[in-house]
Design a protein around this ligand. Structure first.
Ligand code: AN7
Length: 350
């Protein structure tokens, strides 16, 4: 039976007292081969989707949250706090509930997907909507956690990165060796940092010999790393990555440079096209931000930068059901008709 990432990787995660481990059996997500999508985007590669939407709260954040909340319990903390574009808040609320801790989540008012808000609320977090963006929310919660006895569970907490490394371990366990390219959306830049740390840790442990190139993609209206400066008013349809001053900025640049990779940006239209394409081609429904990795693959293929014969893993960071509004917006309207066979046949063109 799967026991969650902490117990799945005892060489990498150790707890002196087992009772401190807080898990909802996160991890063990599928690495889905995507041949139909590859045929459309780039027929010269083998494409795999690491579908992180199948974690307990439907995003990759659970891998980091099991470590962060377990360590908080180990340290005797009674409450956790985070700023979030949505998924971190859903995950923090869930793991805090599981551990019997209080959770406070601070989110940008009006700019988080409906499903994520619903998760944080029903899981019993104190939800604070601020009249500002994620970067401003993060500044506030950092100050609060510095001055009051509440544990910060944003990815500035190193246990978050520690746990998120497990996704790289799983990719290697399935493929035997890392892919040639690993592509990710980049928001606060914790995940690209974590994957790179995970691949390096697996190599240092002798489990793999090679390392992938890390390719990260920001949204054009929220691309501080690409532009080389803070973006004061980030804007993108992919609200999960609507971040103008990423906490792990330098570490993401290190992952890029050490791996011989790159960080580029994709437009909202490119994100939405990829979002629609992966769902309609492979039956895999992710949220818009997740599709930035695929949009990046499309862009780089057009530029001729993806080597033939490569294996490419794109991480789909969150589930599409979190953001039904965008799915409905990009899709054809359902057809309404009377409840008669003839009328339905008529609509179908028979
Ligand atoms: C679906 O929840 O920052 O580069 O506060 O939810 O590690 O930040 C979410 C980020 C990609 C970017 N895809 O990852 C939050 C938050 C999805 C996300 C990212 C996020 P990082």
């Amino acid at each position: 039976m799967w026991k969650g990432v902490i117990r799945a990787y005892p060489d990498f995660y150790h707890f002196a007292d087992e009772r401190h481990v807080v898990t909802i059996l996160e991890g063990n997500t599928p690495l889905i081969p995507a041949p139909r999508l590859a045929a459309k985007i780039n027929p010269d590669i083998s494409l795999f989707l690491k579908y992180e939407g199948l974690n307990p709260t439907a995003s990759f954040k659970d891998r980091g949250m099991t470590l962060a909340v377990s360590r908080a319990v180990e340290a005797g903390s009674r409450s956790v706090i985070c700023a979030s574009t949505g998924n971190t808040s859903a995950s923090a609320a869930a793991y805090a509930a599981r551990a019997g801790l209080k959770a406070v989540v601070v989110i940008p008012e009006g700019k988080i997907a409906l499903g994520k808000l619903a998760q944080a609320m029903i899981q019993g977090a104190v939800v604070v909507k601020i009249l500002g963006n994620f970067d401003e929310a993060l500044t506030v919660v950092r100050k609060i956690s510095d001055e009051y006895p509440v544990t910060l569970v944003n990815s500035l907490n190193p246990h978050r990165i520690d746990g998120q490394r497990s996704a790289a371990f799983e990719v290697c366990d399935v493929l035997g060796e890392p892919p040639e390219y690993h592509m990710l959306p980049v928001g606060n830049a914790g995940n690209i940092t974590a994957y790179w740390a995970g691949y390096k840790a697996y190599r240092d442990a002798g489990k793999i010999k090679t390392l992938p190139k890390m390719w990260g993609f920001q949204a054009e209206g929220a691309a501080p790393i690409v532009r080389g400066h803070v973006v004061e008013k980030p804007e993108t349809v992919a609200t999960a990555i609507r971040i103008g001053n990423p906490a792990s900025w330098k570490k993401a640049e290190a992952a890029r440079d050490e791996s011989g990779g790159l960080i580029d940006m994709v437009t909202d239209q490119e994100i939405l096209d990829a979002y629609q394409m992966v769902a309609s081609t492979e039956g895999v429904f992710c949220e818009p931000a997740s599709a930035a990795s695929l949009a990046g693959l499309v862009k780089k293929t057009r530029q001729g930068l993806v080597e033939k014969g490569s294996r490419v893993v794109c991480t789909l960071t969150g589930h599409g059901l979190k953001d039904p509004d965008n799915a409905i917006k990009v899709s054809a309207e359902p057809i309404t008709c009377e409840a008669e066979m003839k009328k339905v046949l008529n609509v179908l063109g028979f």
